[in-house]
Design a protein around this ligand. Structure first.
Ligand code: ARG
Length: 457
């Protein structure tokens, strides 16, 4: 008979048996389920609902189930529907009817909210740890590429010269925000739902303070109905993952572009690329492409859970069983993508000479040429026009701005003098970016220092 079968005359249709079951995926929660049950049982003893002897038998049974779970030896059954009832049935098989006392003052509704939160909390912290490693790799790379010059782009057109470290540190900033997004959602999620019962609270003086301490939460939920129907934490987890994947996909896209023969800014290691079954010359950036591609499923998971929760009346509805697989998939995918990205980046060679060569083409010093005239007193708009014409001339004659002779510059505008060449020299152009947060050496070194301080905080 089902654990809930008392009021039923007929058994479950075999189709519903399978359709209704979540054990196929919520067995992922087994360790948290047992952790929660141990705490709940101990609390029941504390408030006199279980004797010490009863709790110690329950505890022993649960610990045996726990160690079997850790060894992957547990056998779950679809007919017991979900992880909560499977564990309970296993306990009753071990210690007999006493096991049936464990569910006193608890519902699967607060139980699943607890398990799912414990899982999501742990995964959030795991992702944060991996993010820190990726940020560390970016810092190390940045330190060795302060003097690597490359074109910076807008519209994917060469715009202004920058330091590679500056470009890399842009990703550091994104990942730092990602890290903080997880910290924020952990803080908000860190509220104990157990002790809420089915929806209205329970008929016992549950020691929720004890449960909170035991299970490592920071606060206790204020409203039982909210506690059992809230899945904000799962949605925020999905959202932080989606934003993080968006960042990784942008970085991945740049690496893919940069590894093409057209750019040739980087060489990816053999270990993180693959070959073609037909074209012998190919070396494909599959790892980066997969990170870019997997972003799609993480977005999908977020959309999925938002849609499941939309319009659900309070409190628990079985729809909510659909909350888990997407979150599990997001956790696995994000963890994996950050780990792969970190290792891939470590093994990527940046082709300094090619980057610098590209920075010398494409008139990346045009803005500085205009600013030179501004400093000599010309309004910026007029300077822009003068330089635009010079660029047009240089393009037609396959020249660069710094190779135009002074007489010709003077013919375009009599404010030009011989110091102009120094003003539009590549390094000078970069060093002209004196503003805080810019690409000058001092600013980039400062941002790397700040990044180090952040990681060592
Ligand atoms: N397997 C269920 C889920 O994942 C557990 C909660 C079941 N509660 C209930 N009232 N049917 O959501």
């Amino acid at each position: 008979m089902k654990l809930w079968g008392g009021r039923f005359k007929e058994g479950t249709h075999e189709l519903l048996e399978t359709f209704n079951a979540s054990i196929g995926f919520d067995q992922n929660l087994v360790l948290y389920d047992i952790e929660g049950s141990l705490a709940h049982g101990e609390m029941l003893m504390k408030i006199g609902i279980l004797t010490e002897d009863e709790y110690s038998q329950i505890q022993k049974g649960l610990l045996e189930i726990l160690s079997a779970a850790e060894k992957g030896e547990l056998v779950f059954e679809i007919k017991h529907e979900d992880i909560h009832m499977n564990v309970e049935v296993l306990l009753v098989e071990k210690i007999g009817d006493l096991g049936k006392k464990l569910h006193t003052g608890r519902s699967r509704n607060d139980q699943v909210a607890l398990d799912f939160k414990l899982y999501t909390l742990e995964q959030s912290r795991m992702i944060q740890k991996k993010l820190t490693e990726l940020m560390q790799v970016i810092l190390t790379l940045s330190e060795s590429h302060v003097d690597t010059i490359m074109p910076g782009y807008t519209h994917l057109q060469r715009a202004q010269p920058i330091r590679l470290a500056f470009h890399l540190m842009a990703y550091f900033q994104m990942l730092k925000r990602d890290f903080e997004r997880y910290s924020d959602l952990i803080d908000r999620m860190n509220v104990l739902p157990l002790g809420s019962g089915a929806l209205a609270g329970v008929n016992y003086q549950s020691d929720r303070e004890f449960l909170k301490e035991k299970l490592g939460f920071v606060a206790i939920s204020e409203n039982a109905m909210d506690a059992v129907s809230d899945r904000d934490f799962a949605i925020e987890f999905g959202s932080a993952g989606a934003i993080l994947m968006m960042h990784l996909s942008r970085f991945a896209e740049e690496l893919i572009l940069w590894s093409s023969s057209e750019f040739k800014f980087i060489e990816m290691s053999d270990r993180f690329t693959t070959g073609s079954s037909i074209m012998p010359q190919k070396k494909n950036p599959d790892a980066a492409e997969l990170v870019r591609g997997k972003t799609g499923r993480v977005y999908g998971n977020l959309m999925g859970i938002l849609t499941v929760m939309k319009g659900l009346p309070l409190a628990y509805n079985k729809d909510m069983q659909e909350d888990k697989e997407g979150v599990f998939d997001t956790a696995d995918t994000v963890n994996m993508c950050v780990a792969v990205f970190t290792e891939m980046l470590k093994e990527t060679t940046f082709l300094k000479a090619n980057m610098e060569k590209a920075a010398k083409q494409g008139f990346l010093n045009a803005t500085d040429l205009a600013d030179y005239l501004v400093k000599k007193g010309l309004p910026f708009r007029s300077a822009h026009e003068v330089v635009g014409k010079l660029v047009g001339f240089a393009i037609e004659n396959q020249m660069v701005l710094e190779s135009l002779p002074l007489e010709q510059l003077k013919a375009a505008c009599d404010l030009f003098e011989s110091d102009v060449y120094q003003a539009i020299d590549l390094i000078q152009v970069i060093e002209n970016k004196v503003s805080y947060g810019g690409t000058s050496k001092a600013a980039v070194v400062k941002s790397i220092e700040n990044g180090k301080a952040y990681l060592n905080r």
